[in-house]
Design a binder for this molecule. Sequence first.
Ligand SMILES: Cc1cc2nc3c(=O)[nH]c(=O)nc-3n(C[C@H](O)[C@H](O)[C@H](O)COP(=O)(O)OP(=O)(O)OC[C@H]3O[C@@H](n4cnc5c(N)ncnc54)[C@H](O)[C@@H]3O)c2cc1C
Length: 301
Amino acid sequence: MTNNNFDVIIVGGSYSGLSAAMALGRSLRDVLIIDNGKPCNRQTPHSHNFLTQDGQTPKDITMKAREQVEKYESVRFYNGFATNGVKTQNSFEIETQSGDRFTSEKLIFATGVKDIMPDIEGFSESWGISVIHCPYCHGYEVKHEKTGILGNGEYGFEFSKMINNWTKDLTLFTNGKSTLTEEQTTKLEAHDIKIVEEEIDSFEQIKGQIKNVIFKNGSKRSLKAIYARTSFVQQSDIPKTLGCELTEEGYISVDPFQRTTVQGIYACGDNTTFKRSVSNAVAMGTSAGAIANKEIIDEAF
Ligand SMILES: Cc1cc2nc3c(=O)[nH]c(=O)nc-3n(C[C@H](O)[C@H](O)[C@H](O)COP(=O)(O)OP(=O)(O)OC[C@H]3O[C@@H](n4cnc5c(N)ncnc54)[C@H](O)[C@@H]3O)c2cc1C
């Protein structure tokens, strides 16, 4: 790469980052996308609920998006991990793991989040395959099947109520003593939703397809799928080190135009919202690209 200076550097080149790059490429901007190829949905066999791409593999959607973005000649790709970011007088500088340095007027973080797997053997192997985080993404494929929910209290109740729409063969696994209220318990029971309080030891699975939940007391329950919510951390610390504020929940704080609390830095996709979907990440990327371009125009005109 001969030129190390860009109008915009986008860190993260999955759905959100590629979408921002398309808006910027179409605005004649010199753009660098830095990406190390680890989107959060990489283990899921098929992606759903994104118009025109329903049922495609996550990789196929990315490859197609990348092919389309690569047609814009002012957009460059860099395969690698961005480790560091600093603000200089008139620009930002990003350093990669290999020690390469690039500068730009604006920065977009489309870095996603990292899901933290609970300490249950078989959980991470099944994540996105038969351990499901979202019914809109994967619920249809396991409709009417023997399904579990891993959760407790308010969250366990709300999730059970929701998933009852997709299957009536539902068990809530509280993995220890239930913290449901009496009213919630009665309501779940009235809808034939079973509640199991046994502590979980592991998920028995073959290639990510769950077969049984194994309990610490040695007993087990067969299942076709189980819904679970994980905690998360930001995949990249750079926004925080550059001074971008995070919300209480740990998302990068952005305004409706994807602007962070630091001027010239934007964020889009999963790193900014609990509303995780390919379509939402793409929409936010378009906004981030457009606003970064507009601010460059405003400053120069
Ligand atoms: C298991 C699972 C299944 C899902 N299934 C669906 C589905 O069927 N339908 C749907 O609509 N949504 C689905 N989602 C949600 C969807 O995948 C996300 O909303 C979407 O991937 C978010 O896109 P993103 O670009 O914000 O982040 P990601 O897709 O997570 O991409 C972030 C990118 O940034 C890169 N990156 C991060 N930090 C750095 C760094 N420092 N340097 C270089 N690169 C970096 C990563 O390598 C990665 O490529 C699923 C999510 C999960 C977890």
